[in-house]
Design a protein around this ligand. Structure first.
Ligand SMILES: Cc1ncc(COP(=O)(O)O)c(C=O)c1O
Length: 551
């Protein structure tokens, strides 16, 4: 190599080295900002999930998977079978119709299988099915085909904020209001004008777009953020649910990898550092429900293997976190999206933006806003909502949907937005947190007083059950609760969703039933404990079982 060539090569070699070091540094920063659990590592989570073998406990192990003495196992078996007989009698018609169609409804097969850890699935399916059909609702209750009227703690996935009767009225009035127009799509019924006006006021944002589900609203918000920033990546926080679209569900559940999603630690400085440094981030998605369990996934009882599930709200800390996020996003031109599909209208009239006092660039709504019908909505800043460029007419951001702004849905939304202005509805928001925090505290004090290893944690009306003593059988509580006339969704004790119209008397009845359920479960020996039974020991044992079955 001659001297001139060498002189030319050395600087470019140094530049390449610097570039590589910087790239490596960025990569390391990204790794540091990921949650250390599998939830923070989508690819690994999928790989590991793919290796978990199915196995189940035989009769001898089923009630002794924690090495409880034989007499405790017998006590448990007797309690389980008693519940089974009760369910058979009480839910006879509902179970029969469910059995007839279950094999043809994929969703039902999935939800009925994933109610308890898979090792216990068979006997639960055989004996503790309560059926999937309901016939009517009234007040805070739902009635099945056998006439059982249960307290509704399932909350229709969060749709039911103001009570069933409120939505029935919205739906009826909506049908009446658009009767003359019928199913005409593509043009708007005049109610849309009012909806847009109210949504702008409530969100504090400039423009609105209508979609058919929360998932679609999130897709559209992210697509627009990518279009306007000309950047590729979205950031979601570990554990947060944003619907089932692939890019926001990069881990277990989605068969293909999401290449343009970063899943970062919630409430964490390393995550902020990544936001400050990287140039490829289009938007940050926040589901404010995560304030209840930052970095935790939606807590379902099918993953309730031990008692390590925790939840607790620190409103101040979460508010501070959102403020920091807001600052970084503003400084870096990153679009901050609040996904309020779940918590919108539930925490406060102005949703999470009002509740935490932090404003987003875009907000997605859904669920309850449809007044009982399916819906998704994006509200956003004018510059972010625009779907074309004035100077590049062919460079558009496309989003259409046949049923967007459907007249009946728009009219139900109109009724919803109209009716929530009524003083009796506005009154429900007054002291809302205090009411529900007090209720949770009172229940927890009674549970503690009675020596029951269960506590509840809540974000306002959204509750979850924590277990305070290591156990392999916590998933049984959902069936004891059902026996007491408390109706949960398929995720069991992971999520109770109360409507705001639960009166003190309604709540008192639920609390009594909750206590009775926990007492019965304790009396049947499911919370037997021993010093050797720790959460760690339980996890180790399950890992050993899996390895044995896999290899
Ligand atoms: C925060 C959040 N975003 C999006 C969605 C998806 O909404 P949908 O089920 O209407 O598609 C949900 C649904 O639970 C949600 O809770």
């Amino acid at each position: 190599m001659n001297e001139t060539l060498a002189l030319a090569v050395i600087p470019s070699g140094a530049a390449a080295l610097t570039a590589s070091v910087l790239k490596l540094k960025k990569r390391l920063e990204l790794s540091k900002a990921k949650h250390p659990s599998l939830r923070g590592h989508s690819r690994w989570a999928r790989r590991v999930a793919g290796q978990v073998p199915f196995y189940e406990y035989d009769d001898a192990q089923y009630f002794r998977s924690d090495d409880a003495p034989a007499e405790v196992a017998e006590q448990r078996r007797a309690g389980f079978m008693r519940l089974g007989e009760l369910f058979e009698r009480r839910f006879a018609k509902t179970r029969t119709l469910t059995a007839e169609v279950e094999g043809s409804i994929s969703d039902q097969q999935f939800t009925s299988a994933y109610r308890v850890p898979f090792q216990y699935r068979r006997l639960v399916k055989q004996h503790l099915g309560a059926g999937a059909f309901v016939e009517s609702s009234s007040g805070v209750t739902v009635t099945d085909l056998d006439g059982n009227q249960d307290y509704d703690l399932a909350g229709s996935y969060g749709v039911n904020v103001f009570g069933h009767d409120f939505y029935k009225d919205c739906m009826d009035a909506a049908a009446q209001r658009v009767r003359a127009l019928g199913p005409v799509l593509g043009s708007y019924h005049p109610v849309v004008a009012y909806n847009v006006k109210r949504l702008r006021e409530l969100s504090g944002l400039d423009e609105v777009s209508f979609h058919m589900s929360g998932t679609e609203a999130v897709m559209q918000a992210v697509r627009l953020a990518r279009y306007h920033t000309r950047r590729s990546h979205l950031i979601r926080f570990c554990g947060a649910y944003h619907g089932w679209w692939g890019d926001v569900q990069p881990g277990i559940g989605n068969p293909t990898p999401a290449h343009e999603t970063y899943t970062l630690k919630d409430m964490d400085r390393d995550a902020l550092r990544v936001l400050r440094r990287r140039k490829d981030i289009a938007c940050v998605l926040v589901n404010p429900l995560q304030a209840l369990h930052p970095n935790g996934a939606a807590p379902g009882d099918s993953t309730l293997l031990d008692s390590s599930r925790t939840a607790h709200v620190d409103r101040q800390a979460y508010t501070a976190w959102l403020r920091e996020l807001r600052e970084v996003c503003t400084a870096r031109g990153i679009v901050l999206i609040f996904d309020e599909v779940f918590v919108g209208f539930r925490l406060a009239p102005g949703g999470a933006q009002e509740y935490f006092g932090v404003r987003a660039d875009m907000v997605t709504y859904g669920k309850t806003l449809g007044g009982g019908f399916p819906v998704g909505v994006v509200c956003g800043r004018k510059d972010l909502m625009k779907r074309y460029r004035d100077d590049r007419p062919s460079d558009i951001c496309f989003a259409r949907g046949t049923f967007n702004a459907h007249p009946t849905v728009m009219a139900a939304m109109y009724e919803f937005l109209h009716r929530i202005e009524a003083p009796e509805i506005q009154r429900l928001y007054q002291g809302l947190d205090q009411t529900w925090n007090d209720r949770a505290e009172r229940l927890n004090a009674r549970l503690r007083g009675e020596g029951l290893p269960v506590q509840v944690a809540n974000l306002s009306t959204i509750w979850t059950v924590n277990y305070t003593q290591p156990s392999r059988y916590n998933w049984m509580l959902q069936f004891y609760l059902r026996a007491q006339g408390l109706r949960l969704s398929w995720v069991g004790t992971g999520r109770f969703i109360f409507s705001l119209d639960y009166s003190d008397a309604d709540f008192q009845a639920v609390a009594e039933r909750f206590l009775a359920a926990a007492q019965a479960m304790k009396a049947d020996g499911f919370w037997w404990s021993s010093p050797a039974l720790t959460n760690k020991a339980i996890k180790r044992r399950i890992l050993r079982e899996m390895l044995r079955h896999r290899f």
